[in-house]
Design a protein around this ligand. Structure first.
Ligand SMILES: [Zn+2]
Ligand SMILES: [Zn+2]
Length: 344
């Protein structure tokens, strides 16, 4: 089969021919119908050798959807032909966190060497994908895999962040979304669907601001220091009850700190590597700063429900597997509108 692999440090990923994998006991093989590209893929391919921990060669793709193609020994609960989405943050399935479906915070994954597909285990940018357990599959039903595959990360990750701030997003509140890329443009829609908050989106790119307005942001502002004054005045100087930073670089974190309300939340979702000074004289009284990771199994079911009920639509640009290296170049250059999806 074909697979898009990152094969040597610093080199671009390439499409190679490898053996089609067989599902072992308990595993499920999918014929991949769609695989999403993510900035974290670019991030890991930018790491120097001493910080790179994902193994080589690595088949990329941690957003996956497929049709069940072959069942390993003992697998129940899914049938050949089912259209499914893959829950990516695999855990041990047994610890206190996993028992709650919070496999993204599994206590044992690191010690047991369990890694998500595309981030250690072979990923979805291939003709076939091995999923380690049927519990990591969620039925897609009538949802189109190409339009919904990105919900497994670009939907689930913002949903998880928003869910933990939902108590603060009451009528009259304000939510700020920084960065209207793959995750940010879905975050705006989730906020509109699950809260009564006024949504203010920030980006440096006018096209992404237009996308923000298109998907429901009440205000779309250029992400610079003038945004701080605008947000202050739009909120009668109260500030934002929750700020979701999908960039996570020092300048955006500085905006987050300057606009968050007393007792508000800052959720650092982007992996831009910035650091936010937090403390008595740095952040407003009661403000919470959190760096959440991906989301839970039950939240993925909820995200797919939001899509089924028409509340979420991922804007996707599609590429063939052979064009996937070009898609990564475009992602790196920041010229993808919405999310890039590969169709093997
Ligand atoms: Zn990702
Ligand atoms: Zn666990």
């Amino acid at each position: 089969m074909r697979a898009l692999q990152y094969r040597s440090i610093g080199a671009p990923p390439e499409v190679v021919e490898i053996d089609t994998p067989e599902p072992g006991p308990g595993q499920v093989r999918l014929r991949v119908t769609a695989a999403g590209l993510c900035h974290s893929d670019s991030f890991l391919m930018s790491l120097p050798e001493e910080q790179y921990i994902y193994g080589l060669p690595l088949t990329l793709g941690h957003e996956g959807a497929g049709v069940v193609d072959k069942l390993g020994e003992g697998v129940t609960g899914v049938a050949v032909g089912d259209s499914v989405a893959v829950y990516g943050p695999w855990g041990c399935g047994r610890c206190h966190e996993c028992a709650q479906g919070r496999e993204n915070y599994c206590r044992n994954a690191a010690a047991l060497g369990i890694a998500p597909p595309g981030l250690g285990a072979p990923g979805a940018m291939a003709d076939y994908l091995i999923v380690d357990d049927a519990r990591h599959l969620v039925p897609l039903g009538d949802l189109d895999p190409v339009e919904s595959v990105s919900l497994t990360d670009a939907g689930l990750t913002p949903y998880h962040a928003i869910a933990s701030s939902l108590g603060k997003l009451r009528p009259g509140s304000t939510a700020v979304v920084i960065g209207v890329g793959g995750l940010g443009h879905v975050a705006v829609q989730i906020l509109r669907a699950v809260s009564a908050a006024t949504v203010i989106a920030l980006d440096t790119d006018p096209e992404k601001l237009a996308l923000a307005s298109e998907v429901g942001a009440h205000h779309a502002l250029v992400s610079d220091s003038s945004a701080i004054e605008r947000i202050r005045s739009l909120t009668d100087d109260h500030g934002a009850d929750a700020v979701f930073d999908f960039v996570g670089a020092t300048p955006t974190l500085e905006i987050a700190r300057a606009v968050v309300a007393t007792d508000g939340d800052i959720q650092i979702v982007g992996i831009g590597g910035g650091v936010l000074p937090t403390g008595f004289f740095s952040t407003p009284f009661g403000a919470t700063v959190r760096a959440p990771y991906w989301g839970t199994r039950s939240e993925l079911i909820e995200v797919l429900q939001l899509a089924l009920s028409g509340h979420l639509r991922v804007h996707v640009e599609t590429f063939s597997l052979d064009d996937a290296p070009e898609a990564y170049r475009r992602l790196h250059d920041g010229t993808i509108r919405g999310r890039a999806v590969v169709i093997p």
